[in-house]
Design a protein around this ligand. Structure first.
Ligand code: CA2
Length: 146
């Protein structure tokens, strides 16, 4: 059976490809979803991708992943730097978690350098643009198919 991978995206990422292309590039979240879906079949994975501007909804999605998710790829966006609640939710999930940031948060303002989610993440990808999502998917598939 295919491994179900939840790809969760935090606040403002619905604007990906529509604003600030100098930081986040031109690809939209729909492009990211299409790239991940195209790759998933070859990796024995199935994608369930979501975006929310609301912290509680992201937590609800993590709870859904607890039921049938094999792994989580999460870009918590600004909540990375503020949300103990998302960290706590991820700590209730048993499978592997990969944190993705499109930009290199370590090259940006100091307040972006710390992520609460990194304390739970099994891997962190930052600064690879939207390629970070497919890189994360390949890595999760390697972990889950071994
Ligand atoms: O680099 C990343 O992926 C971030 O998680 C993006 C967050 C930011 O707060 C983090 O520090 C790093 C911001 C997401 C906002 O996304 C937009 C995309 C396009 C246009 C406007 C916002």
């Amino acid at each position: 059976m295919a491994h179900k991978i939840y790809i969760l995206n935090g606040p403002n990422l619905n604007l990906l490809g529509k604003r600030q292309p100098e930081i986040y590039g031109h690809a939209t979240l729909a492009d990211v979803q299409a790239d991940c879906k195209a790759l998933a079949g070859d990796l024995n994975c199935e994608i369930s991708m979501h975006q929310s501007n609301h912290e509680g909804e992201i937590i609800d999605m993590i709870h859904h992943a607890r039921v049938d998710g094999a792994g989580i790829i999460i870009n918590p966006a600004a909540y990375s730097h503020t949300s103990v609640a998302i960290l706590d939710a991820l700590n209730t999930f048993d499978g592997p978690v990969i944190e993705v940031h499109i930009s290199n948060i370590h090259k940006r303002e100091a307040f972006r350098h710390h992520s609460y989610v990194s304390a739970r993440a099994d891997g962190v990808i930052a600064g690879c643009g939207v390629d970070g999502y497919t890189l994360a998917l390949r890595h999760l598939a390697r972990l889950l198919n071994q």
